[in-house]
Write a protein that binds this ligand. Structure first.
Ligand SMILES: [Zn+2]
Length: 278
């Protein structure tokens, strides 16, 4: 006689706990005004089997892009319009778990998005980004987007193209070249939520784990929320140092390019070529 499988409560899982904590941090730091920001995280199949009945699809969302590369995979993703500062009040409303259909044209809802909620309007960027990052790193799991204030201010300096932005960060704070020796990617300003910004961001994610959206925010990726958040925190903290250093009356003493290179060598890291001027 077969017994019905009992599924664990996903609402009490570490996946929800970590995402709520990330939302709280972004909100408290002022990076998630109103409904700003969005997050997604891959849920490994072995974990999904503990929490979800694969036959209990609550709703489906038709996609306007094909993501067959991700078919059968499970994602925890934030809802469109969700307020990060209120996410913890009702996580099953602001978050949802979707499985990518076998043909890659639909998302099948297995948990959350109660009261008719739907995935974030930036979901194209998330799914296209996951496809690219998984090819680069099989341990990749997380994409976070937030409106990190100082990074936005630093992006207003139009003289900072991608290379100059990376070099400025590396020379402003000794840890930077160690945390992101590949540098940071920067896309031109584009309308949010569009196919264009999603494609441009995915293309940059071929070479970088962190992308700047000028006059808008930042995208961090990684094998965990801690890793993606750690990248964002390091860039944002350094952007704050950059802005504060602009007000100094004495000539600022930044790290020289050689000091940046020496720091990277100490950790056996090779900074991306073509950034430093040696
Ligand atoms: Zn945004």
């Amino acid at each position: 006689m077969s017994r019905a499988k009992v599924y664990e409560d996903f609402g009490k899982s570490v996946f929800i706990e970590e995402m709520l904590e990330a939302a709280r941090l972004m909100s408290e730091r002022g990076w998630a005004e109103r409904n700003a920001g969005n997050m997604s995280c891959i849920i490994p199949g072995s974990d999904a089997a503990r929490y979800f009945d694969p036959d209990q699809v609550k709703r489906a969302f038709k996609l306007d892009l094909n993501i067959k590369e991700l078919s059968g995979m499970f994602f925890l993703i934030t809802a469109t319009g969700s307020y990060f500062r209120k996410l913890k009040i009702d996580p099953a409303k602001g978050l949802g778990v979707v499985r990518v259909s076998l043909d890659g044209n639909r998302l099948e809802l297995l948990w959350g998005f109660e009261n008719g909620a739907a995935p974030t309007s930036e979901m194209r960027m998330h799914f296209m980004g996951h496809i690219v990052r998984l090819k680069k790193d099989p341990n990749h799991k997380v994409i976070l987007h937030t409106h990190a204030t100082n990074t936005i201010v630093m992006s207003i300096n139009g003289a900072l193209d991608e290379k100059a932005f990376t070099r400025a960060l590396w020379r402003m704070h000794s840890e930077c070249v160690v945390v992101f020796p590949e540098g940071v990617g920067l896309v031109p300003w584009m309308v949010p939520g569009t196919q264009e910004i999603s494609a441009a961001t995915a293309q940059k994610l071929e070479d970088f784990r962190l992308i700047i959206w000028p006059l808008h925010g930042i995208i961090g990726t990684g094998s965990s929320i801690d890793e993606a958040m750690g990248l964002i925190e390091t860039v944002e903290k350094t952007a704050e140092i950059y802005i504060k250093s602009m007000g100094l009356t004495e000539l600022p003493q930044f790290l020289t390019d050689k000091q940046v290179l020496d720091t990277a060598a100490r950790f056996d890291l090779k900074p991306k070529q073509g950034i430093l001027e040696l």
